[in-house]
Write a protein that binds this ligand. Structure first.
Ligand SMILES: [Zn+2]
Length: 364
């Protein structure tokens, strides 16, 4: 082999060595952040990496071959004040930076969160939390809709109240006609969250029966990323639910440029960040930021700044009821959407994605 031919190989080896050092560095950071998350429930040594073995997140820039209408409002159905900034504001702000599509955002709050401060009366808590939510929304520019159902009781509403809520949600979906609807995942970390998902599905069913536009349905990340027992998806469909203690979203959004604004909106929810009785930050106040760092490391490319932050989502396809087309990547600036893929496609079966995105799987 001539000297000339050896040169690229030598360069490659040097690059590999520095990539390995970088990878070790990121792995250390990731393990530290994860132990921070798991320390709260005494499992800090359990998980060293957030991406399950055999999987990775790859940047998805593909555009659909057929035209897709990705225009229209964005809607979120949230159980409590604070859930918007926790799980979606940063991604919305990233979408709003794009001007091709309308970006109006309606955040529907099923409860006023009146049970959220120990030692305060529901009336006082309600008033303060509604004010906090408005202050946070002002930073983001979204429209809040308070439905005033009882905090902590969404899973045990009387049949008449449940029917009324589902009908109201279906009417709102019909009025707003969102192209994208974001809701809590069907996990049992908080019963209000899990039932928000089920109530939303029922409303979407009514919406579909009325022949209206069916939106793309996304579930956001689970609370603090911790895997919980699934209420809705069977382990056979999503084996990671049972096998891996950290939730693994279908996709991650690069929110590096908007995370700080979303954090400011979150910190407007002072009663949830600080314990008014003890005058100290709450145990989990920093975990949304910690999770954003973990999600950022999961798709971090070599040489990218360590200020990268991420937010996770999964696409729920119910034929005839929700859209099979995930419009999220179309609404985001190019290069900010990452998909989870299995490194060996033989084993990768999640939901009905192989049917929904055959072209994607075939290309792996
Ligand atoms: Zn909540």
């Amino acid at each position: 082999m001539s000297q000339l031919q050896q040169l690229p190989l030598q360069r490659l080896q040097v690059r590999e060595r520095s990539d390995n050092r970088l990878a070790e560095h990121f792995q250390r950071d990731e393990a530290l952040l994860l132990s921070e998350i798991f320390r709260r429930n005494g499992r800090e040594d359990l998980v060293q990496t957030a991406t399950p073995p055999g999987y990775s997140y790859v940047r998805e820039d593909a555009r659909p071959s057929v035209p897709v209408d990705a225009s229209g409002p964005v809607m979120q159905i949230a159980a409590h004040p604070g859930d918007g900034p926790d799980f979606f504001y940063a991604t919305y702000l990233k979408m709003a930076a794009r001007t091709k599509y309308r970006s109006d955002y309606h955040e529907v709050l099923l409860t006023d969160g009146e049970g959220g401060v120990a030692g305060w009366s529901p009336e006082r808590t309600r008033q303060i939390r509604v004010e906090e939510a408005r202050a946070g929304a002002e930073l983001v520019g979204n429209t809040l809709h308070f439905l005033g159902y009882p905090d902590g009781s969404l899973s045990s509403l009387a049949a008449s109240a449940r029917t009324r809520l589902i009908t109201t949600l279906a009417a709102m979906i019909g009025d707003i006609q969102p192209c994208l609807l974001v809701v809590h995942p069907p996990k049992n970390d908080h019963p209000d969250h899990a039932y928000s998902f089920l109530l939303t599905l029922a409303a979407l069913e009514l919406n579909a029966q009325a022949g209206r536009r069916v939106p793309t349905l996304l579930i956001h990340d689970v609370e603090f990323g911790l895997q919980q027992k699934s209420l809705w998806t069977s382990p056979a469909l999503d084996p990671l639910t049972e096998r891996y203690p950290l939730h693994s979203p279908d996709s991650l959004v690069d929110i590096s440029s908007t995370h700080q604004t979303a954090q400011r909106a979150l910190h407007e929810h002072k009663t949830q960040m600080y314990d008014p009785a003890l005058g100290q930050p709450k145990l989990y106040a920093d975990l949304i930021d910690t999770l954003a760092r973990v999600r950022g490391l999961q798709f971090l490319a070599e040489g990218a700044p360590e200020t990268t932050r991420g937010q996770g989502f999964s696409h729920i396809v119910i034929p005839g009821v929700t859209s099979e087309q995930n419009v999220l990547p179309l609404r985001l600036p190019a290069g900010s959407f990452y998909e989870r893929v299995h490194n060996d496609r033989q084993e990768g079966i999640f939901y009905d994605r192989e049917n929904v995105f055959p072209a994607l799987w075939d290309s792996l």
